[in-house]
Design a protein around this ligand. Structure first.
Ligand code: FAD
Length: 442
């Protein structure tokens, strides 16, 4: 039997692929709910992800999985509108004429940024088409230095810097240029005239998780059960110990005989179970869904180049019709957290609500709090790696037979599939990579 630690998308995908290859699998999930970071809230209509989610056109494995599970037709691709908030004005940034009329950039700024997004290096006046081919060449280059040299000082200050502040906060100086280049390549397709094409599963990504759970078989998944130890003998995995709450505060500890263990959780869990250390730092997120009677924005995604307690505002119902949610307008308000000392991390749900609403009021004086129906807040201390310089040297290998013990595998967020951006697709790829390695070995 193969024990899978974690019932997020990576663990479920690993279990699914292993079963397809004829292996007996059991998934252990610590919390009562499956789905990990892709878990959902109920609404007046379709469920909605606790943390905002969409797909990029470059992500193929998740589309193939959806097709296998009978949901292929239900991935909907549409323009995810983007805008930038600067000095009290929202600037749409989708259509070529919108970008060309952005008043904070000169024509030269636009040319340099445009060339970088087309993968053309125009430094020194002679275009080079292969400078950006190898991300590894930029692994040790600080992102700020790169962005200033490969675009302009002004593009860095008015565009990249606010994005880096929102995404990495106080850690932005550590981030590598390879990450930025990878993100530019990862973005996938744009409709030249209308903007970036993003995907969403009709009815929410919870449907994909439900279909995976059905395919794996609920009887092979145990929730409310935390893995606490992996046993090895003569350099090979032999057992997995789990713990769950029994009646009247009893803790039930169980030992399971296993041939292999797949850890599909954050690397701190791998370290707790096996002692394998991972140097990658993770940031956390506080993310709320605000239900409103009225829309706040005209765009899906609003980046903010201004003082605000949140990094971005994402109005989900400007991407998916509000009718799917009983007619309510749903807005995500989120902030990445670098340290548990940060104010927003310390606040309870009421405090977070107040911080978000007063932040929205100061950016949008016409916003009326009376239009808010409810606010639900999710927090997680580990939601994204800090993609710092030298990151690729720190990723955790899929097969840890040499590093720890034969039969130990890793499919969590610190794996290579989750670079340069962590995603549902990356989780599925990591799960498959591990399943294929186990299958080849046996
Ligand atoms: C704010 C935010 C925005 C995002 N936006 C997008 C997006 O737009 N598009 C996209 O594709 N992806 C997005 N993602 C990323 C995506 O959600 C993740 O990459 C993916 O869900 C990770 O899946 P996972 O299975 O690797 O990890 P997780 O979802 O973290 O699952 C790990 C599971 O392991 C469990 N666990 C932990 N310890 C133990 C233990 N000891 N024993 C048993 N179980 C344990 C946890 O409870 C958890 O359920 C976003 C994530 C966040 C936080």
């Amino acid at each position: 039997m193969i024990g899978v630690v974690g019932g997020g998308v990576a663990g479920l995908a690993a279990a699914y692929r292993l079963q397809q290859r004829g292996h007996e699998v059991r998934v252990f999930e610590a919390s009562e709910d499956l789905g990990g970071l892709a878990a959902v809230y109920e609404t007046a209509g379709d469920p909605i992800e606790k943390f905002y989610h969409h797909l990029s056109k470059s992500e193929e494995t998740i589309v193939e999985l959806a097709e296998e599970l009978g949901l292929g037709e239900e991935i909907v691709w549409r323009i995810g509108e983007n805008a930038y908030y600067v000095d009290g004005v929202v600037h749409p940034m989708d259509k070529p004429w919108e970008i060309l009329s952005f008043p904070h950039w000169s024509l030269y700024d636009k040319f340099r940024l445009g060339m970088l997004t087309l993968d053309i290096d125009v430094r020194g006046g002679i275009p080079s088409f292969d400078t950006y081919d190898s991300l590894a060449d930029f692994e040790d280059v600080p992102v700020e230095q790169f962005a200033r040299e490969h675009t302009t000082q002004n593009v860095y200050e008015t565009f990249f810097e606010p994005l880096l502040d929102a995404k990495f906060g106080s850690r932005k100086a550590d981030v590598s240029a390879a990450w930025l280049l990878g993100r530019i390549k990862f973005r996938g397709e744009r409709d030249i005239l209308h903007g970036e094409i993003l995907g969403y599963l009709d009815g929410g990504f919870g449907r994909l998780l439900d279909a995976l759970v059905d395919a794996v078989g609920r009887e092979n998944i145990t929730t409310g059960t935390r893995a606490i130890d992996v046993q090895t003998e003569d350099g090979a995995v032999t057992g997995l110990t789990t713990e769950s709450e029994g009646a009247e505060d009893w803790t039930i500890t169980e030992d399971h005989d296993v041939d292999s263990v797949v850890v599909a959780a954050m690397p701190n869990v791998l370290e707790e179970l096996t002692g394998y250390p991972c140097e990658i730092d993770f940031q956390g997120t506080v993310c709320s869904v605000i239900s409103m009677d009225e829309p706040l924005l005209d765009t899906y995604w609003l980046n903010i180049a201004d003082e605000a307690p949140f990094g971005a505002l994402i109005e989900h119902t400007n991407f998916v019709r509000k009718e799917r949610y009983g007619g309510e307008h749903l807005l995500y308000v989120a902030r990445y957290i670098q340290s548990p000392e940060e104010d927003i991390w310390q606040q309870d749900d009421d405090g977070v609500r107040e911080t978000w609403l007063s932040g929205i009021e100061s950016l949008f004086p016409e916003f009326d709090r009376e239009s808010v129906n409810w606010v639900k807040t999710a927090r997680n201390p580990r939601t994204a790696p800090v993609y710092e310089r030298g990151y690729l040297d720190m990723v955790v290998p899929y097969d840890l037979s040499e590093e720890v013990a034969d039969g130990l595998y890793y499919a969590g967020m610190a794996s290579e599939a989750q670079y340069p951006e962590r995603s549902l697709n990356g989780g599925i790829v990591a799960g498959y990579e591990v399943a294929d390695r186990i299958d080849r070995k046996e």
